[in-house]
Design a protein around this ligand. Structure first.
Ligand code: HEC
Length: 189
């Protein structure tokens, strides 16, 4: 029982960390995107470069990593998709980003994914009512202060419930051991 309980606690703590980690990743991706990509790319419309909405659905992550690090290398290697895109965008060369590591580019892709989902929500044929309420803040992983507080409360409740259920067992065990100690002491004496 105790082991199961600690597992439960571990899962709760891990899930808090995970939700914080997920926001960290998209936040990192967002900041790189804003400084390095937004001059040419938008998520939701074509700009100097293609609209990056759902780019992860039409290209593999590996393709994106290679293309972002050096698009011309991918084109020169004869990749058909890359060549077609280059032609379509009037042979505008996307600058190389050799300093961006795989992890950085993966973070950008995570940010693009999240933004693509947000766009899909906002342009759904029947807008969900909450979108037109300006002050309404839906609960997302961004509200981590709220989520952490909520999970803490749940953890506290679980603790309280655990003790409420087991208080008798704990008492009995304690009496048992105390009684045994006294008995053993008495025997020893
Ligand atoms: C100077 C403008 C410019 C900048 C800055 C730029 N791009 Fe591009 N990007 C382009 C153009 C133009 C294309 C179309 C392909 C071509 O012409 O080579 C493109 C294509 C792409 C594609 C392929 C899109 C598809 O539909 O397959 C991806 C992915 C991409 N860019 C990601 C990025 C990321 C990530 C950054 C920032 C790290 C970035 N780009 C910065 C101009 C730019």
């Amino acid at each position: 029982m105790k082991i199961r309980f600690f597992f439960l606690q571990a899962i709760i703590i891990l899930s808090i960390n995970n939700s914080l980690l997920a926001t960290d990743i998209t936040e990192q991706g967002k900041s790189i995107f804003k400084t390095r990509c937004a001059t040419c790319h938008k998520i939701g419309s074509v700009f100097t470069g293609p609209d990056l909405t759902d780019v992860d659905k039409r290209r593999s992550v590996d393709w994106i990593i290679h293309f972002v690090q050096s698009s011309q290398t991918v084109i020169k290697n004869g990749n058909k998709d890359a060549t077609a895109l280059f032609e379509k965008f009037n042979k505008i060369q996307m600058p190389d980003h050799p300093d961006l590591k795989e992890a950085d580019i993966k973070n950008i892709v995570e940010y693009i994914k999240e933004e693509s989902i947000n766009i899909a929500k906002n342009t759904a044929p029947f807008k969900t009512p909450f979108i037109s309420q300006p002050d309404y803040k839906p609960v997302t992983s961004h509200n981590y202060v709220f989520i952490t507080a909520y999970l803490m409360l749940v953890m506290l409740l679980v603790w309280v419930l655990y003790f409420a259920v087991h208080i008798n067992t704990i008492k009995i065990n304690k009496d048992d051991t105390l009684a045994n100690i006294i008995l053993e002491d008495a025997k020893a004496a």
